[in-house]
Design a protein around this ligand. Structure first.
Ligand SMILES: [Zn+2]
Length: 233
């Protein structure tokens, strides 16, 4: 069984991008080392990735974007990171939240976003792309986007407050409310000028598919899947 999901359909060969499954738990622990031996071996054997390349963030369901750098000394609180430095592997860790991969094909810059509903509500994907524009002169029409495994609208049951937050992306079915996080992020990307054909949704629901961790299905002690994007050296 293949233990990573990849995105060759949208990203060229100079990009390494993948999401792990529940064969390894990448739950963030604020201690050194960030990765244990089993996690390092997993990344090497399944993705050919040296774990020293990882740039980690402490996710807080906000909207802050930080710059990914090599030889990370400090773990910053943020929910997105960007870089144009080859060999820096940007990461987010999720269990139902949406991992969003960004690639500026013209300026060779990348980004990754942890879009739970709270960060989607704060329009984090727009903030991350604006940071890429400021820093790398990214033009939105050149951006390719991939959505990794996340809880989809089939399972994202919520309450009526979402009708007010996300009126266009909350659906009422059988007297229950469901939130379409991917659709909300697509809408935000489109509002900036990202081209619809440049957005690739893997369409894997973490709740439906037991190959992945799901916070909603498994509870708060569940693990985290790791999403990575890196410009190859
Ligand atoms: Zn589902």
């Amino acid at each position: 069984m293949k233990h990573i999901v990849t995105f060759e359909k949208i990203f060229p060969k100079n990009i390494l991008a993948f999401t792990t499954d529940r064969a390894a738990d990448f739950h963030f622990k604020k201690s050194t080392p960030i990765l244990n031996r089993a996690q390092k071996i997993f990344l090497k054997s399944h993705a050919g990735l040296d774990s020293a390349a990882l740039f980690n963030i402490q996710q807080i369901h906000g909207r802050r974007t930080v710059l990914g750098r090599p030889h990370q000394a400090e773990i910053l609180k943020a929910d997105a990171s960007i870089t144009n430095i080859p060999g820096v592997a940007l990461t987010v860790r999720t269990a139902d939240c949406l991992p969003v991969f960004l690639y500026d094909s013209k300026h060779k810059a990348i980004g990754i976003v942890h879009a739970g509903w709270k960060s989607t509500d704060k329009r984090i994907v727009i903030h991350a792309l604006k940071a890429m524009k400021r820093k790398y002169r990214t033009q939105y029409k050149d951006v390719k986007v991939a959505f990794g495994p996340a809880m989809h609208v089939c399972c994202f049951e919520t309450d009526r407050t979402f009708l007010r937050r996300f009126p266009e992306d909350t659906v009422l079915e059988g007297g229950k409310f469901y939130f379409d996080n991917a659709a909300a992020n697509k809408r935000q990307l489109a509002s900036l000028g990202v081209v619809p054909k440049n957005i690739y949704d893997k369409r894997v629901c973490t709740y439906c598919n037991k190959q992945f961790f799901s916070y909603r299905r498994d509870g708060k002690d569940t693990g985290r899947i790791l999403s990575v994007i890196m410009l190859k050296i």
